[in-house]
Design a protein around this ligand. Structure first.
Ligand code: ADP
Ligand code: MG
Ligand code: ZN
Length: 481
């Protein structure tokens, strides 16, 4: 049986978080919330006779992304008209870049399991977003708030070879955009959209076979599901003697299937030609150098720093830097005096678990980094044990209150008073002669059972380490006595 290998390249559309639109001074607003058609002007609604002006900030953001993706920033840039009709595109064309994109020939490093791979970046070019259509009953409504919002299209080489690599690429690229501050990464708002180009070939072949393109994937989860489904679909087509047809497909969230939408358009269908209303844009080498100096620390560098500076494992570092807000939270906790490894455990363990259950991002939680550190300090001081601390964190998470306060109020402090614990230990021994005999007869694994009795008695608040030690001494004394 032939084993197949998927070949995948991604096209990513990222809106840029500039204050104004790509070619006019209208504000860029949250198009899922703003009142429709309020942020529009003659330019972005395509009135006759208007002229576009290039947004300098958008060009600089695009340069930042290009540099972060190890691309060449091209000196000669030219905008091009990409002609097509769609009701949300009043000009009848989109201003994009075709033969002369802003950035080209870069790469992005991804981690999958224990290995890292470089995925080639073919190009990144500037363009403008379209408006939005809403279908209400048998009417369609158009909102042009989004028309003309700066959009960066980032096109990878067909270098990905598995669904896992696709997911790692998407996550890393999103992280880079957020670290750069050029996109907030919230895919549910449509500010970041993926298209997957997929073909298959027998493993070992170098051939690039006919591909399909899945449009408008609005979450990483959909990207992963659609890609997995489409690879399998193509394998089945080929296995049953058919041929993959080049086409544009959609993904149906409900059925989890990809569906053909239309035949693939070719570049000549768009009749690209240089945009006559805009002069070529020259990007000087000085400008590139200046932008390069302003780049912030990016996820990979931050990961390495976390490993070097804080002694974290690669795995912890990868998880912490993946979301900039999480990495910021973590560093704020360290600044408040937290121990790097202990804080890492609490964040990636309990805190993530609570966030997951509540469906919250770190920016939306009520436990400040300083409050987490205060909780950890109570554990370190022996005032509460780990299990109690988990309970306390849960209450902090729900109420936003401080650890100390909760421990006081609920009487959760750990019992480390040895005379009090001594009494409990004696009682358990007196009440369980059979278990004592078994222990003395060689079943030393029962020690944990003895400790468990005291923990139950104290509702988990006894200092387990002390109790453990007491039982061991007491039982060994019995053996000798
Ligand atoms: P277009 O602009 O027409 O969509 P491109 O040739 O620029 O086409 O490629 C778009 C994307 O498709 C790129 O990400 C590229 O890596 C990917 N791609 C090209 N050929 C293949 C193939 N045979 N299999 C999978 N992906 C491909
Ligand atoms: Mg395409
Ligand atoms: Zn406008």
């Amino acid at each position: 049986m032939i084993e197949y290998e998927p070949v995948i390249g991604l096209e990513v559309h990222a809106e840029l978080l500039t204050r104004s639109k790509m070619f006019c001074s209208c504000a860029v607003v949250d198009s899922t919330e703003a009142e429709p058609n309020r942020y529009v002007c003659p330019v972005c609604t395509a009135q006759p006779g208007v002229l576009p002006v290039i947004n300098r900030q958008a060009v600089e953001y695009a340069m930042m992304v290009g540099l972060a993706l190890n691309c060449t920033i091209n000196e000669f840039n030219q905008f091009a008209r990409k002609s097509y009709f769609y009701p949300d595109l009043p000009k009848g064309y989109q201003i994009s870049q075709y033969e002369h994109p802003l950035a080209s020939n870069g790469w992005l490093e991804i981690e999958v399991g224990d290995s890292t791979r470089r995925i080639g970046i073919r190009r990144a070019h500037l363009e403008e977003d379209t408006g939005k259509l809403f279908h209400v009953g048998d009417h369609s409504l158009v909102d042009l708030n989004r028309a003309g919002v700066p959009l960066l299209e980032i096109v990878s080489e067909p270098d990905m070879r598995s669904v896992e690599e696709v997911e790692a690429y998407a996550r890393k690229l999103r992280a880079i955009l957020v670290y750069l501050g050029v996109n907030h990464g919230d895919m549910s708002k449509g500010v970041l959209r993926f298209e997957a180009n997929i073909s298959i070939r027998p493993r070992g072949s170098e051939e690039l076979n006919t591909r399909t393109e899945i449009k408008n994937l609005n979450s990483i989860r959909s990207l992963v599901r659609a890609t997995r489904y489409e690879i399998q679909r193509q394998i089945e087509v080929v296995e049953s003697g058919g041929q993959v047809v080049q086409q544009t497909m959609g993904f149906d969230e409900d059925t989890g299937r990809t569906q053909a939408q239309r035949g693939k358009e070719q570049a000549h269908d768009y009749r690209y030609f240089p945009e006559p209303d805009l002069p070529p844009l020259h990007i000087s080498r000085e400008w590139v150098a200046e932008i390069g100096e302003r780049l912030p620390e990016l996820p990979d560098a931050r990961r390495e720093r976390f490993i070097q500076e804080f002694g974290l494992s690669l795995q912890d570092a990868v998880v912490l830097v993946a979301d900039k807000a999480v990495a910021d939270y973590y560093e704020a906790a360290l600044a408040a005096g937290g121990d790097p490894k202990i804080v890492a455990n609490w964040v990636t363990g309990e805190l993530f678990r609570l966030m997951n259950t509540a469906g919250l991002e770190i920016g939306g939680i009520r436990v400040a980094p300083e409050a987490l550190v205060e909780l950890i300090a109570l554990v370190e001081a022996g005032k509460i044990n780990n299990n109690t601390a988990k309970e306390v964190l849960e209450i902090m998470f729900e109420t936003g209150r401080g650890a100390e306060e909760i421990v006081e109020e609920r009487g959760l402090a750990q019992i480390s008073d040895s005379s009090a614990l001594e009494v409990l230990v004696e009682r358990v021994i007196a009440e369980n002669p059979q278990q004592v005999q078994k222990y003395l007869g060689g079943k030393e694994g029962l020690l944990g059972w003895f400790v468990g009795q005291v923990m139950r008695e104290t509702k988990g608040q006894a200092n387990a380490q002390m109790v453990n030690e007491m039982f061991r001494k007491r039982l060994e004394a019995l053996r000798e006595g």
